[in-house]
Design a protein. Structure first.
Lengths: 475, 95, 481
């Protein structure tokens, strides 16, 4: 059988961090007592009408701009009709065939569309209350009901579980940096569902897809997709066919179970929402959306790679804008040093030193960009050894200040007196005659013992490369 | 025009339960109405835009400023079964 | 001393402002009259208790008013004529009623209506039919039957109702009073229990055109709580036109009606002649799609209604039945026991029209017919100032006469539905009396005038002049009906 390739698309719900709900002025809630943020509108009392939140529209336009989406010149709301206690109007106001954002792209994945809608309320299951025929009950809390959501749907461009999780992380970081949402998967302000199918490699047709829900971390997202791909592969290779269904991920067991449908597939009976008028983004609104964008991860990664940074280092910095800005300040101050060297210090040595000292961030630490720049230059110019550099860095993290002062205080200046160094090298060679013998016999690694002896004697102040050279000279 | 199965399906979508007598009546009445309404199916309306909005308004929006919510007891005042500050409802059929 | 109750709302208002009439005395007289309701027109009366405190006026200088029970009034029972909202007291007040209260118009009571505004006879109320003050064996029209009956029957000086396909104009015609459906968007719908969102409008039911103008002026306006509300630019002035000279009245061939009762036709023709006598010009116009109005309306309105009424599910307010079963049982039992037959019928019709596979053929097609109807009116108004038709095909029919045939009932709306679909304003004024088919006491006949969107002022001016010219002064008189 031909090899099967994975075809994955993601459906992402982003809860917007506006002050009020999508269609009424109730405040958004964070773990408050049930039903303290409700009003006749979001409780769907008779006679109420929705009025859209201006900020939600703006945030949606910003998301669209960040995802390079075509913005619809005119979009409308639709009613999506279905009965469930978490949907008080028995319809959700959403967007159907004319969403506010159309085709776009983020990194390697194409965006199909992004649209605005309102969130459902929360239902908490409670046990049956002792009623004879009771099958249990739920308690409905409408605090969350009506929270603005942007739903983003990708094209099925992803080809693996790890790739999907990584792209989801990129999306999350991109939206986070816009400042329009907390995008916290554990809290529910970011929800990612996956549509998964397999097909013979090279085929253009799409296989039957299943929908995976309830994966509330990137790890679970990856695991869930992996599990489903494995299941589908096994099924198809055994000659079976995949049924279209919705699968619910159970974090405890890491498995997917089909959601037994409460009824046949929903017929949502979409029709244009008569209580709302069209959204026609003005030139000003579009311009403001574009101008509100900070430099987003994808753009920053490209810029850093252009400066010579390795992709993984660029990615690390792009997902941490504060540290990235810090890096840029250091790079500018360390004029003459290659940016990639600076970046490696920031994401490598500095990050480790901060972790060790339990300091939150570079920008919040006592290490000023200028100080780090000077330190890096000192090492590059071989005025101190790399090892000494790390020592100085630890001191900077602890007390701040300038590296030169610390070098002087600790006596860490690299040995510049070659005569003194030569004498130490000769002494070490004399004391390690057997190592010298081994080197002459062809065992190059034996030089380490001599280098080690020299380093101990010089307390690490000698430049390792120079020591090697002096030893070889005297062989 | 519309048969019993279709009526049953529609009733389910609308969460209505019809008795046998009601069902029979409904089939007849809906068929009669649909027969009349179906006339519009014969009209040539090629190229006509369906009306989706009656007033020619756009961008009617609300500033993102909080307005007072209902006090909780007012919100629950009409609830058929309030419980622990929430609205109690039966569960869907056991899954 | 003039009987206080004979004063029009306008006359009373002017007298109160001039200090010639005590508002308290005037309102008290009306409360007493309202308490004598034998027409089943009121579902709730303000007895002066605590209940009505949330909707009490601070200063009283406008005639007290009856409010159709479709308008939410905080703390006061609001049923929309349905069992499913029996006992329901809204936590807020509709904008229309709030404006009345702020203007100083006390609420006399909530009037009976066809359930969820679905009906043309007020026989679909869960609380019993309303009786026509002209003949208590006949219907007052619907769905604002209660609002019309109280004005015609001396139980309120004026009232507000709602009109979706004719529900103000037709009962006004059957009861011999004035009923106005304003332009869609003139008055806020916030707090008006929704039937068909793109068609519903609040409007006045009054004794005179001037009263209607006064009331419209209070109610109109953009409301931030209603995205579809625009208001009337320039507000509304009291009409004062003397005649109809210089005005052109379009008579549409498609709405001249082959199915008119003879008596209604006679009054219609006589009124057309009256228009000419007053200097108006009659011009034949064509509204080719108007005859399909009923078909389009009975797809669009039920479709929107099926969605608007889905919230009556027993979860958050109103009736709940079958709560000991599972969720679906609760939904089905609540809705099946809470809704009447007509409401169920329209929910079924609407759900079907929106359902998968049928949307384009029904809802999609109906919305196209609607566009055509709007275009027809626009073209006609290029050559005339108004379009005129009979308001209803007959005079008030007998209770029970049309309840077995839903379609026959729907055809009552033949003349009124096109204006609703086009969103344009239309008024019905009493134009004469006619004998019903089959004989009997003469009953009022309404004459409908429609105008372009937002042309309410011109419409009221013309209606006023015609009203003066007609001089309709018949009254229901006595309780012999």
């Amino acid at each position: 059988m031909a090899e099967l390739e994975a075809v994955i698309g993601l459906e992402i719900h982003v809860q917007l961090a506006t002050k009020t709900k999508m269609f009424c002025g109730c405040e958004l809630s964070f773990g408050d007592e049930p039903n303290v943020h409700t009003c006749p509108v979001c409780l769907a009392h008779p006679g109420v009408l929705p009025v859209p939140n201006e900020q939600a529209i703006r945030y949606a336009l910003q998301i669209g701009a960040a995802l390079n989406c075509e913005i619809a010149p005119r979009s409308i709301f639709h009613r999506k009709n279905y009965f469930y206690p978490d949907s008080p109007k028995a319809y959700q106001i959403s967007q159907y065939d004319i969403p506010i954002c159309g085709a776009g792209r983020l990194g390697d994945v194409r965006i199909h569309r992004a649209h605005l809608e309102e969130d459902a309320a929360k239902m908490v299951h409670v046990g049956s209350s002792g009623r004879i025929h009771g099958s249990g009950a739920s308690l409905v809390d409408f605090n969350r009901g009506g929270t603005p959501l942007v739903e983003i749907v990708t094209e099925p461009d992803l080809r693996g579980a790890a790739e999907a999780a990584e792209w989801a992380r990129l999306l999350r970081e991109t939206v986070r940096q816009l400042g329009v949402s907390d995008v916290n998967m554990e809290e529910g302000s970011l929800r990612v569902d996956a549509n998964v199918s397999v097909r013979p490699a090279g085929s253009e047709e799409l296989g039957t897809k299943t929908e995976l829900k309830n994966m509330n971390s990137f790890r679970f997202l990856q695991r869930g997709i992996e599990a489903e791909l494995a299941r589908q592969r096994e099924l198809v290779e055994a000659g079976g066919t995949v049924t279209q269904e919705t699968l619910h991920f159970d974090p405890a067991s890491g498995t997917l179970t089909p959601l037994r449908s409460k009824e046949e597939a929903h017929d949502y009976r979409y029709f244009p929402e008569p209580d709302l008028v069209p959204i026609v983004p003005t030139e000003e609104m579009l311009r403001e959306a574009r101008e509100a964008l900070p430099e987003l991860p994808v753009a920053r990664i490209e810029r850093y790679e252009g400066m010579g940074l390795a992709s993984d280092v660029a990615l690390t910095l792009a997902t941490d804008p504060e540290t990235a800005d810090y890096f840029e300040q250091v790079a500018e101050a360390a004029d003459g040093v290659e940016p990639k060297v600076v970046a490696n210090w920031v994401t490598g040595e500095l990050a480790a030193a901060l972790r060790q000292a339990e300091v939150e961030s570079a920008s919040g630490s006592k290490v000023s960009p200028d100080a780090l720049a000077n330190l890096v230059r000192l090492v590059q110019e071989k005025k101190i050894s790399h090892g000494s550099g790390k020592t100085v860095l630890a001191a900077l993290v602890e007390e701040g200040g300038e590296p030169e002062a610390i070098v002087e205080r600790e006596g860490l200046a690299q040995m510049s007196d070659s005569g003194e160094l030569e004498a130490i090298v000769e002494k070490a060679m004399a004391e390690n005659a057997d190592a010298v013998e081994k080197i002459r016999e062809g065992n190059g690694k034996a030089i380490g013992a001599i280098v080690g002896a020299v380093m101990r004697e010089t307390k690490g102040r000698a430049d390792g490369g120079e020591v090697n050279r002096l030893i070889r000279e005297r062989l | 025009m519309i048969d019993r199965d279709q009526v049953l399906h529609v009733a389910k979508l609308a969460r209505l339960r019809l008795s046998e007598a009601e069902m029979e009546k409904m089939v007849g009445e809906l068929s009669g109405i649909l027969e009349h309404v179906d006339r519009i199916g014969n009209l040539d309306l090629e190229g006509v835009e369906p009306t989706s909005h009656v007033v020619a308004l756009e961008n009617v929006l609300r500033a993102d400023e909080p307005r007072p919510s209902l006090p909780r007891d007012a919100a629950l005042a009409s609830a058929p079964e309030p419980e622990e500050g929430a609205f109690r409802v039966p569960s869907p059929q056991a899954e | 001393m003039t009987n206080l109750l004979d004063l029009t709302a306008l006359a009373a208002h002017e007298a109160m402002v001039a200090g010639d009439l005590s508002a308290a005395e005037y309102t008290a007289a009306w409360r007493e009259a309202a308490a004598g309701d034998e027409l089943n027109a009121y579902l709730w009366l303000d007895q002066g208790g605590e209940e009505a405190s949330a909707i009490a006026v601070e200063r009283d200088c406008i005639a007290p008013i009856a409010v159709k029970d479709i308008f939410c009034t905080e703390g006061v029972p609001t049923t929309a004529g349905s069992r499913i909202l029996e006992g329901y007291r809204p936590p807020y007040t509709s904008t229309a009623v709030r404006k009345l209260i702020e203007a100083g118009a006390p609420v006399l009571g909530k009037t009976n209506m066809d359930e969820f505004a679905m009906g043309s006879s007020n026989e679909n109320s869960a609380y019993g039919p309303v009786l026509n003050p002209w003949d208590r064996e006949r219907v007052p029209g619907g769905s604002s039957g209660g609002s019309a009956a109280v004005v015609a029957g001396g139980l309120a000086p004026w009232s507000i109702g709602t009109d979706t396909g004719g529900s103000i104009r037709q009962p006004a015609a059957f009861c011999g009073i004035v009923g106005l459906k304003p332009t869609y968007g003139a008055i806020s719908r916030y707090g008006m229990i929704a039937f068909a969102s793109s068609l519903d409008q609040c409007g006045p039911l009054t004794r005179t055109v001037s009263d209607a103008a006064l009331l419209l002026g209070i109610l109109q306006g953009h409301d931030p709580c209603d995205s579809t509300s625009v208001g009337l630019e320039g507000g509304v002035s009291l009409p004062d036109r003397e005649d109809l000279s210089g005005l052109r009245f379009g008579v549409p061939e498609q709405l001249a009606g082959d199915d008119l009762d003879a008596g209604v036709r006679d009054v219609f023709e006589a009124t057309l002649k009256r228009i000419q006598d007053l200097g108006g010009e009659l011009i034949d116009v064509s509204l080719p799609s108007a005859e399909h109005g009923i078909s389009a309306y009975y797809v669009i309105a039920p479709a929107e209604a099926s969605s608007n009424l889905a919230r009556y599910d027993g979860v958050r307010y109103g009736m709940r039945k079958g709560g000991d079963g599972d969720l679906i049982e609760m939904y089905e039992t609540t809705r099946s026991e809470g809704f009447g037959a007509e409401v169920k019928r329209r929910i079924m019709l609407g759900t079907y029209a929106l359902s998968s596979g049928y949307y384009e053929a029904y809802y999609g097609q109906a919305q196209k017919v609607r566009t055509r109807i709007a275009e027809d009116f626009a073209k006609a108004f290029a050559g005339v100032d108004f379009v005129v038709t009979p308001t209803a095909p007959s005079v008030a029919f007998r209770l029970g006469e049309k309840t077995d045939d839903p379609l026959a009932m729907y055809l009552n709306d033949f003349f009124t539905v096109p204006m609703s679909l086009a969103g344009i304003p239309a008024i019905s004024i009493p134009a004469g009396l006619a004998e019903p088919e089959g004989g009997g006491r003469q009953l009022p006949v309404g004459f409908q005038i429609a105008a372009p969107a937002f042309a309410e002022q011109r419409l009221l001016d013309a209606a006023y002049a015609l009203e003066q010219g007609i001089g309709f002064d018949a009254r229901p008189g006595g309780s012999d009906g």
